[in-house]
Design a protein around this ligand. Structure first.
Ligand code: GLU
Length: 282
């Protein structure tokens, strides 16, 4: 007898500002998929970036979702309380010799790129020119002993060699070949927060048993990296559903157009939850 895995969907906002119409759309999109499959809908607070995230924005997320009538299953996973999980994942990659410390400042990276006369770009911006990859174990240790702070980068070439070929399945885009090499040696642990969006989202989606990752098309490219990390960390592979970003009649992203208009402001202006959902096209 096959035991069917329950469908698990999530909404994973970062508490770095108030939720806007794009978030309402995304949360309801995920919840609708969960309901259609009689699955679970959970909420995750992605608050690892302590420079941008604030507790009062987290409180506002609960309040706004409640006001909109969007219910989630407890417990809520709060990423900043699970740094050990990200550390374990980094250790695993380190054991496979796939990460290296990077001591570079932004300025050093810029200078190196200017001097080389080449500035290759990936989906996330400039590709890291590999300065710290060339350091010997001794040189690394010396810098660490001197107290120099460092980020941890993924050695993309080695990683691809280990994992290729990789594909992922997107409900709207079909089967996609993963091309993480376009990003170069991405940062997996930032100097200031010892993890990163790419690492923590991949670890959490696996730990929480997410079966279909629903999020906006603005994060489509990031999935190339997440698929690679799953392979390297030997995690289960879900499907993805990158939904359209809500647009106005002229095709502009609503989130941008209504930049200043958070759900909370709309509520304070006297709109009902039903009206706000209708503005998000729901
Ligand atoms: N925390 C991310 C954001 O608010 C979303 C991450 C995801 O859905 O994968 O943009």
């Amino acid at each position: 007898m096959t035991i069917l895995q329950p469908a698990v969907f999530r909404f994973a906002p970062s508490p770095s500002g108030f939720l806007h119409l794009g978030h309402a759309y995304s949360a309801l999109f995920s919840r609708a998929q969960a309901q259609a499959l009689k699955g679970h809908f959970i909420l995750r607070i992605e608050d690892i970036d302590t420079t941008r995230c604030r507790k009062h924005f987290e409180e506002a997320i609960y309040e706004d979702l409640n006001w909109l009538g969007i219910k989630w299953e407890e417990p809520v996973r709060i990423q900043s309380q699970h740094m050990d999980d990200y550390k374990k994942a980094l250790n695993k990659l380190n054991d496979k010799n796939l990460i290296y410390p990077c001591f570079c400042t932004r300025k050093e990276i810029r200078t190196e790129i200017e001097q080389s006369g080449k500035a290759p770009h990936g989906p996330d911006g400039l590709i890291y020119p590999g300065i710290c990859k060339k350091l010997s174990a001794c040189q690394r240790q010396e810098k660490i002993n001197k107290g120099q702070v460092y980020a941890l980068r993924l050695d993309m070439n080695k990683s691809i060699e280990l994992a290729e070929p990789l594909f992922w399945q997107d409900v709207s885009a079909g089967q996609i070949k993963a091309t993480p090499e376009e990003f170069g040696d991405v940062v997996l642990a930032r100097k200031d927060i010892s993890t990163s969006y790419h690492l923590s989202v991949t670890v959490d989606d696996a730990l929480q048993g997410i079966t279909c990752i629903t999020r906006g098309k603005d994060l489509f490219e990031a999935t190339h990296i997440h698929r690679l990390l799953q392979a390297l960390l030997e995690l289960p592979v879900p499907t993805w559903h990158h939904h359209d970003l809500i647009c106005d009649d002229e095709g502009n992203r609503l989130a941008k157009r209504y930049n200043a208009l958070s759900i909370r402001e709309l509520r304070e202006k006297g709109h009902t939850a039903k009206e706000v959902l209708a503005m998000a096209g729901l």
